[in-house]
Design a binder for this molecule. Structure first.
Ligand code: GLU
Length: 455
């Protein structure tokens, strides 16, 4: 690793003490940028990496609201505006009890490269709160969202910063946030994406992230002479991302055999590939209840394993797996899981969630698999469609499903090609997609930052 890269990683750790998720992504990304920085000594002179790892702006604010029992509640709110070199800040809001600056900065930093890879004009940002929507009434969620937006509105705008959803922020939350923004500024504008279809949302946005992941995996397989049709696939989670992925896998004739939820995981040797099964899961998810154990009760061939993730489905049931797609959350796959995955004989691994793999596990998988797809490339379909939604709103128009899917599919193919090309150029390996994604995402932002001077 170059001295410059090492120095900036250390500096970032010192300047952001205790923010381990942020350190993790900075270390992972910057390590792969070493050959680019060696080729461009002017980047060090311009302190490019130091600037890249320091958000342009970050706000932390108090969110005060009253729960249904009349008790006053106080949460923390955040928005980190990381990089606007190639467009307005863009990235979701996460509402979860474990949210703190380390999580928001990790997500915001990843978003810079992800958004750049889409080829669209969007910078990187992320925000959120330590508020937990689980177990809250609709009225409580609304009061929280209104209080949150009452501060956030002054920092965002359709050409400044455009938030969207992430964990804990779905259609309901976006609706309440949008309503409050509009009430305050008295303008109808596309300040949030992931909106409901009747009020400016984009057809196809809900499934875009999952569709994109599967299309990306399809490209990975194709480049190595394999067809996704008929492949046995394991995913983790069953949130928005996993749901879209399950749907596209079904369309492409792949065989989804396992998924997970908070209560454990399901192995269904018959495949989770009928509308009845997927609809049942969606119903369970909407009810806020556990999803795995009721699934096993309804479909008796399915096996439920309590308290475990699906990475050992080969060891537990002798299942064949051709492709693993972690779709739940960060650091879902640790070293021992990676060993199980490799031991299963599976050769392809495509990240769905943001940073679902610990750095040591990722290095191990990259060494043992034919190809590993990185999340910032594979899951970029969500934010790409968000940008299309921004265009739809700015143009006061409505795009059709087919157009959105066609654009999304092309964007994902372009992203895959950019990653493979950078892998080939810098590492002589078209399957070096993890490094390739970091490099391809970085190159565009670096060029823009250099052109714009010391800002
Ligand atoms: N939270 C999503 C992501 O991780 C979507 C961001 C957006 O649409 O702005 O990319």
């Amino acid at each position: 690793m170059s001295n410059y890269v090492e120095r900036v990683i250390e500096l970032c750790k010192q300047k952001n003490p205790g923010e381990i998720e942020f350190h993790q992504t900075v270390e992972e990304v910057l390590t792969s940028l070493a050959p680019v920085c060696e080729k461009h000594p002017e980047y060090e002179e311009a302190a490019l990496l130091e600037r890249l790892t320091e958000p342009e702006r970050g706000v932390t604010f108090r969110v005060v609201w009253v729960d249904d029992a009349g008790k006053v509640q106080v949460n923390k709110g955040y928005r980190y505006q990381f990089n606007s070199a190639i467009g307005p800040y863009k990235g979701g809001l996460r509402f979860a009890p474990n949210v703190y600056p380390g999580i928001i900065k990790f997500l915001g930093f990843e978003q810079i490269f992800k958004n750049s890879l889409t080829g669209l004009p969007i910078g990187g940002g992320k925000g959120g709160s330590d508020f937990d929507p689980n177990g809250k009434s609709d009225a409580e969620v609304m009061r929280f969202c209104q209080a949150f937006m009452t501060e956030l509105y002054r920092h965002i705008g359709p050409n400044t910063d455009v938030p969207a959803g992430d964990l804990g922020v779905g259609a309901r939350e976006i609706g309440y946030l949008f309503g409050q923004y509009k009430r305050i500024v008295d303008r109808y504008e596309g300040v949030l994406t992931g909106k409901g279809i009747p009020y400016g949302g984009l057809l196809g946005r809900a499934e875009a992230t999952g569709f994109g992941i599967v299309w990306y995996a399809e490209e990975m397989l194709k480049a190595n002479g394999e067809d996704i049709k008929g492949k046995d696939v394991v995913i983790s989670g069953f949130g928005n991302v996993a749901w879209g992925a399950a749907w596209k896998l079904q369309q492409l004739g792949a065989n989804l055999i396992a998924f997970s939820g908070p209560d454990g995981y399901i192995y269904d040797p018959d495949g989770i590939n009928t509308d009845e099964k997927v609809d049942f899961l969606l119903e369970l998810r909407a009810s806020g209840k556990n999803i795995c154990s009721p699934y096993a009760e309804k479909f008796p061939n399915a096996k439920f394993t309590a308290g475990k993730k699906p990475w050992g489905v080969h060891q537990d049931f002798g299942a064949n797996v051709d492709l693993f797609i972690p779709c739940a959350m960060q650091n879902d796959v640790h070293m021992e899981d990676a060993k199980n995955i490799v031991e299963s004989g599976c050769k392809f691994y495509c990240e769905g969630a943001n940073m679902p793999t610990t750095n040591d596990a990722l290095v191990y998988l990259m060494d043992k698999m034919i190809a590993v797809g990185p999340s910032k490339a594979a899951n970029a379909g969500g934010v790409a469609c968000s940008c299309i939604e921004m265009g739809q709103n700015a143009g006061h128009t409505v795009f059709q499903h087919e157009d959105v899917y066609a654009q999304l599919h092309q964007i994902i193919k372009n992203i895959y090609s950019a990653c493979a090309k950078a892998g080939e150029t810098y590492f002589g390996n078209k399957n070096a997609l993890v490094q390739g994604a970091n490099i391809a995402g970085f190159e565009r932002v670096a060029e823009a930052m250099m052109a714009q001077g010391l800002v």
